[in-house]
Design a protein around this ligand. Structure first.
Ligand SMILES: O=C(O)CCC(=O)c1ccccc1C(=O)O
Ligand SMILES: [Mg+2]
Length: 369
């Protein structure tokens, strides 16, 4: 397909409630929306680099620079036969996986639309509904957390994840487990601890957690292998896994027994599929993480999570859990049974609401051949 035009939009959307993690508190989310136009079709993607370099070194500004100065020039005006050839055209660019994933997502949407199939079909969907969970930020008190958990369970969510940080950990775990003895329940530390905290993790090991996400260093694989050997609870790596190679190392070393796949963190759907397939071959379950995406990125996550080895509920929640109004129609909903429908229309399967997109855009640039 001849890549005729690419548009970038820096968007900023206010969260319905602040999101607190060990990395800080977010009140709004900044991402980049990538639009690719070719032969009368439009592909949409979302780059999940944030305004701050606290989860990842990438930010909206670094991703904008890499997209504008390196990735877009490598494909603009060219006749691209498939996604792999697009990826090959910018393979010299090291790292910057979120920037790459944003562009790749728009190309996946474009190619799926050109074949008149859904993105999930093109990725290899084996289910029409996915199980979904919710990620809850650190709350001011145990009572507030219990109330939030109760609300989300009532909406149907199949799995609860809470963020933890030193000083805000075991008391929350204890309270939730006491109140809800049978729910699927996990924690995410976003790298806030070290091996010196082994006693805390041994305590957590007694609460039948589904997994403990990214307890140690954000680039670490080795120390996680030491921690995993002392716990019954599976460790799940998020931040440390950027590629299939990282995945192999982590599984070979027994650093984790579950992998969180975020297409942005690993550079796109292509790498996500490689990680998914490798984990399936090693009997390692995967689930789809989230980056507080708008409906455009969410559509991609939903499609990805329809692959067979996504056997645990993802951090894929309803649009309204994040934003008062989403930029896609229809917005994403959670069914009362805790599932979400995988869109079946061509490409991402939802329409972009241009009026709302315009409203949340703080900067726009157009690149033409
Ligand atoms: O989108 C979601 O619901 C997941 C939210 C979440 O946990 C998260 C959001 C931003 C950055 C990192 C993480 C994480 O999974 O660690
Ligand atoms: Mg995480």
């Amino acid at each position: 397909m001849k890549i005729e035009k690419i548009e970038l939009r820096h968007i900023k959307m206010e969260l319905v409630s602040p999101f607190t993690t060990s990395m800080g508190t977010e009140y709004d989310e900044e991402h980049i929306i990538v639009r690719v136009d070719s032969e009368g079709l439009t592909g949409w993607g979302e780059c999940v680099a944030e305004g701050t370099p606290f989860y990842s070194y990438e930010t909206v500004k670094t991703a904008w620079h890499i997209l504008r100065d390196f990735l877009i020039p490598s494909i603009l005006g060219k006749d691209i036969s498939d996604i792999d050839s697009a990826i090959a055209s910018y393979e010299k660019v090291r790292g910057h996986r979120m920037a790459k994933a944003g562009l790749e997502a728009a190309l996946w949407d474009l190619f799926a639309k050109s074949k008149n199939i859904s993105l999930s079909q093109m990725l290899g969907r084996t289910r029409e509904k996915i199980d979904v969970g919710v990620s809850i930020g650190i709350q001011n008190s145990v009572e507030e957390l219990i109330k939030k958990v109760e609300g989300y369970l009532a909406e149907g969510y199949k799995r609860i994840k809470i963020k933890i940080a030193p000083g805000n950990d075991i008391q929350f775990v204890k309270a939730v487990r006491k109140e809800f003895p049978d729910i699927l329940f996990q924690v995410d530390a976003n790298s806030a601890y070290s091996l010196d905290d082994i006693e805390l993790f041994k305590q957590m090991d007694e609460y039948n957690l589904l997994l403990i996400e990214q307890p140690l260093g954000y680039e670490d694989i080795y120390e996680h292998s030491k921690l995993q050997k002392q716990l019954k609870t599976p460790i799940c790596l998020d931040e440390s896994i950027h590629s299939l190679d990282d995945t192999r190392a982590a599984i070979e070393l027994d650093s984790c027994r579950v992998i969180n796949i975020k297409p942005g963190r690993v550079g796109g759907f292509t790498e996500s599929k490689l990680i998914h397939d490798y984990c399936a071959s090693k009997n390692i379950p995967v689930w789809c993480g989230g980056m507080l995406e708008s409906g455009i990125g969410r559509a991609g996550n939903v499609a990805l999570a329809s692959l067979p080895n996504f056997t645990l509920p993802g951090d894929i929640s309803a649009s309204k859990r994040y934003y008062k109004e989403d930029i896609v129609e229809p917005e994403f909903l959670v069914n009362p049974d805790g599932t979400m429908n995988v869109p079946t229309k061509p490409g991402i399967g939802v329409e972009v609401n241009m009026k709302i997109l315009e409203k949340v855009s703080v900067k726009k640039a157009e690149f033409k051949m």
